[in-house]
Design a protein around this ligand. Structure first.
Ligand code: OAD
Length: 349
């Protein structure tokens, strides 16, 4: 079935209530923005162009308020310490900016504002499967810079999640990140769902043949565009989820995890990309949801139990750990990691 493979919701600033929708139409290499009132006609247009449209995780949020939210770090810590034993954590690129990896959408520093040299039809094309099949160069250049395990190290935000695990509170981490920094902290693989995939494998986009990961990595680091030896000589792509591709099956665990959760922590994401963003709304309404982020995102602020720590993630995490009496534990984890790994930036060839 033809379908619009990725639908992204953008929410206007907190004092406005109108919801805008962004439609990515990869086969047409374009995207469209529309207020909610025009959604019907736009979907009609998309159907006319591409056939049946399947919309999953369709949701609208009418209003949210910061004022009514719990922003008291002591009270949040008490609730986390006392009432939470099944914590679901969801993260995005913001947790890795303190490690030196830019996020996607922060104006100025975000990746999407810094892709001019690639002459992409629209910024997200760098992660668009149709575009990659024709022009893998932009993605491969990005992959050379951010190939996991070469330059970047986990920061205190990542160690906070490991600490939640060590304290027996973490049910699962759902991350959109493909940098692999959360597992470098020692968090067991079964505790992590890489919702947008990872660099742990690579395969041909045409015939699906699995590529040798070391060869793939070596080619990327040598600025070559790895291609399969099949008849199409198609590009090889790591196992990360591009726009237009399905999420891994493990992602579906969020339904059960959220149903039985008693606390949700959302950190460093704009919550603009679905279906991942839907995790925040899948927890029952009585479950406290804590957002730690520079800006208010998603539907946070719309529920009575919402808690919000706005500002720099690492600073907020330190404050929260201090209020929990976990600050020393947090630094001990990071210091032990640094010592074990004798840290220093590795140079690329
Ligand atoms: P975004 O760049 O959309 O959002 C990052 C969020 O983190 C923003 O709200 C920032 O304000 C916040 N942030 C960044 N640094 C921070 C800091 N030091 N302290 C506090 N907050 C901070 O990144 P994602 O939400 O992860 O998909 O983007 C989602 C998906 O869009 C990605 O997985 C990627 C992208 O297209 C694919 O590639 C398929």
């Amino acid at each position: 079935m033809n379908k619009l493979s990725q639908i992204t919701m953008l929410i206007d600033p907190p004092n406005q209530t109108q919801t805008r929708w962004q439609y990515l139409i990869p086969s047409l290499s374009c995207r469209a923005f529309a207020p909610e009132s025009q959604m019907g006609p736009l979907l009609g247009l998309a159907r006319a162009i591409r056939g049946p449209v399947r919309v999953t995780y369709f949701q609208t949020f009418r209003s949210y308020q910061l004022d009514g939210c719990n922003q008291d770090v002591q009270a949040i810590a008490r609730s986390l310490a006392k009432d939470a034993s099944n914590v679901v954590v969801m993260t995005g690129a913001g947790v890795s900016t303190p490690s030196g990896i830019p996020d996607f959408r922060t104006p100025g520093s975000g990746i999407y504002d810094n892709l001019k040299q690639y002459r992409l039809p629209y910024p997200e094309a760098i992660f668009d499967i149709s575009y990659f099949r024709q022009s893998p160069d932009a993605f491969n250049t990005w992959a050379k810079e951010f190939f996991p395990g070469l330059r970047y190290q986990p920061n205190l935000a990542h160690f906070f999640i490991k600490l939640l695990h060590d304290k027996g509170k973490l049910v699962r981490l759902y991350t959109q990140n493909i940098d692999g920094l959360e597992v470098l902290t020692g968090l067991p693989h079964e505790q992590v769902v890489h919702a947008h995939g990872s660099f742990t494998g690579a395969s041909c986009v045409a015939c699906g043949r699995v590529a040798d990961l070391e060869d793939y990595k070596a080619n990327i680091l040598l600025n070559q565009n790895p291609r399969c030896s099949c008849s199409e000589k198609a590009p090889i792509k790591p196992d990360i989820v591009f726009f237009g591709e399905n999420l891994p099956e493990r992602f579906q665990m969020f339904q059960e995890d959220t149903a039985f959760s008693d606390f949700l922590i959302c950190m460093g994401t704009s919550l603009e990309v679905y279906p991942f963003a839907g995790i925040a709304d899948a927890v029952p309404r009585k479950v406290p949801r804590l957002l730690i982020n520079r800006t208010l995102v998603g539907s946070f602020g719309s529920r009575e139990e919402d808690c919000i720590l706005l500002g720099d993630l690492v600073e907020q995490v330190i404050q929260l750990c201090r209020a929990l009496g976990w600050e020393q534990d947090l630094f001990d984890l990071k210091n032990a990691y640094d010592k074990k790994n004798k840290l220093g930036n590795k140079e690329l060839p």
